[in-house]
Design a protein around this ligand. Structure first.
Ligand code: DX5
Ligand code: ZN
Length: 223
């Protein structure tokens, strides 16, 4: 199933709650919330209290993308704030299995992320333990960067590995997803698409989401 997750990083932060409602009314499947600590990535965004304050604006899942050095320390906070899916990086400083276990113990879906330069094979030992993989298709830290086509092979190899193991994994891509790139990622095996500038840039977010969904659906191998 194709899922479109608007990245609120590109929204008008002075109207954060209204932007969540606007995305929900525009056909979003979930809200993608980018948490950056200025250490794991060279930028700072927002943390659990802001996410908690947004929770009342929609019942749609909160897809919380942690770009922080020590995710394990903060899992309980983000779960309590209303996260449904929690993603952390394999390159971060927390033990992977323990962090996955903490996410699950907190009642959330667990997701592991790789930066563009990290081989996707590093995730393979953990595939049975998680619900989603996030393949970064730009260097994490900022919205509005161009898609890196060299990440497509990683998506393909991951989808093949999941098929071989009989795993119905959600494969999410994040960074530079737009009308010109979403089909490439879908064809490679992604089914969950984060889009910031491609959704918040155009005046009509509903039309933008519909168009992205249509392009992804048409390019998905099963269809
Ligand atoms: C980047 C973030 C992305 C970003 C995507 O580190 O994880 O979610 O906001 O923005 P676009 O779609 O504009 O590349
Ligand atoms: Zn993100």
């Amino acid at each position: 199933m194709i899922k479109i997750a608007p990245s609120l990083l590109s929204c008008d932060f002075s109207r954060f709650g209204e932007e969540v409602v606007r995305m929900a009314n525009s056909g979003a499947d979930m809200m993608h919330l980018d948490v950056m600590d200025g250490h794991f990535v060279p930028n700072i965004t927002f943390g659990a209290p802001i996410i908690e304050s947004l929770r009342k604006y929609t019942k749609l899942p909160f897809d919380v993308h942690l770009m922080i050095s020590e995710p394990l320390r903060f899992i309980a906070d983000f779960a309590k704030a209303g996260a449904d899916i929690i993603t952390f990086n394999i390159e971060a400083d927390s033990p992977v299995v323990e962090t996955i276990a903490a996410i699950r113990a907190a009642g959330c879906s667990a997701s592991l992320c790789v930066k563009p330069a990290t081989p996707v094979e590093e995730l393979f030992p953990f595939l049975d333990l998680i619900d989603m993989v996030l393949i970064m298709t730009v260097e994490p830290g900022f919205g509005g960067q161009p898609f890196m086509p060299e990440t497509l092979g990683k998506i393909e190899r991951l989808r093949m590995a999941c098929k071989r193991r009989g795993l119905k994994m959600d494969i999410e891509v994040d960074g530079g997803i737009a009308k010109s790139t979403i089909a490439l990622a879908a064809k490679a095996g992604a089914n969950t698409f984060v889009a910031g500038s491609a959704v918040f840039g155009p005046p009509d977010a509903k039309a933008a989401i519909e168009h992205l969904r249509h392009l992804a659906t048409a390019a998905t191998p099963e269809n």
